[in-house]
Design a protein around this ligand. Structure first.
Ligand code: COA
Length: 267
């Protein structure tokens, strides 16, 4: 692992590069990695860098320490928030989660403990979620008289179904790792000590494929989620047609015929 060079120092995140994978670690373990405005600003800078840096092939998000991925937005911030700043805060969080969802590279959440509120919404924006056995999910916003505003009300129902999402958001109850796996909130649960290796293995399974095929399919899934068949077909057709004109398609097919591993260039 080497420290990534973003051209500036960060206070709240650790960013390392491991074989082309940017590992972004939320690093406020004393506050259970709760997200304040500084974390949000640094995450935005880092995700933008990761999206544009050719050496970065994929991103893994995780939390420092053994207790938390992100225990939500920093609740102390809410004290001084009014309607206007609350709305700006929502827009910032939406922007962050869309940077993840729109990134043409795989993004995996390695959830190592509490994953609550805005932390859960960050994880929901990722392509895949791997959780340690001590992971705990929840959307406890209504306990504080607020509600999920970083697309939690949209993505949680998409991922676990409307009935379960309503229960989780309206009761504010915590969902432990085994239940999270059962309801499809996480892809897999592993022992805490295997979490980062597991996330890297999941990432490598994606990176073995054509980066263009993966990126375009990710984009199609994002765009198509709530489109009708006519428009979803249009999206698939147009994105899919471009892939037939790529070197990666020729390489993938040639490798199959020649019974060898493909060497994709993302071209
Ligand atoms: N915002 C700000 N500070 C937070 C935080 C948050 N979301 N979550 C935890 N912290 C802080 C605690 O205030 C505490 O700080 P202190 O040591 O200065 O008192 C420190 O992190 C450790 O948390 P603590 O509550 O002592 O740990 P715990 O193991 O007893 O409980 C939680 C863990 C996650 C159950 C509990 O911290 C909690 O409920 N946090 C709030 C989570 C939440 O509702 N997030 C969504 C907000 S919309």
């Amino acid at each position: 692992m080497e420290k990534a060079n973003l051209g500036r120092e960060l206070n709240t995140l650790l960013v390392n590069l491991e074989n082309g994978v940017a590992v972004i670690t939320f690093n406020r373990p004393k506050q259970l990695n709760a997200m304040n405005i500084e974390v949000m600003a640094e995450l935005e800078t880092t995700l933008t860098w990761a999206a544009n840096e050719p050496d970065v092939k994929g991103v893994i998000l995780t939390g420092a320490g053994e207790k938390a991925f992100i225990a939500g937005a920093d609740i102390v911030m809410f004290r001084d928030m009014d309607a206007v700043s609350g709305r700006e805060f929502a827009i910032r969080g939406e922007r962050l989660s869309r940077l993840i969802e729109d990134m043409p590279k795989p993004v995996i959440a390695a959830v190592n403990g509490y994953c609550l509120g805005g932390g859960s919404e960050v994880a929901l924006a990722c392509d895949m979620r791997l959780a340690s056995a001590n992971a705990v999910f929840g959307q406890p916003e209504a306990k504080y008289g607020i509600m999920p505003i970083w697309y939690g009300t949209k993505r949680l129902p998409q991922i676990v179904g409307m009935g379960r999402a309503r229960e989780i958001i309206m009761t504010c109850r915590m969902v432990k790792a085994d239940e999270a796996e059962r309801i499809g909130l996480v892809n897999k649960v592993v022992p805490l000590e295997n979490l980062m290796d597991g996330a890297m293995a999941m990432m490598n399974a994606v990176l073995a494929n054509s980066p263009l095929g993966v990126a375009y399919a990710k984009r199609a899934m994002t765009l198509n989620w709530d489109l009708d068949m006519e428009h979803a077909g249009e999206v698939e057709r147009d994105l899919g047609a471009v892939l037939y004109a790529t070197a990666d398609k020729n390489e993938g097919v040639a490798a199959f015929v020649e019974k060898r591993k493909p060497r994709f260039q993302g071209r």
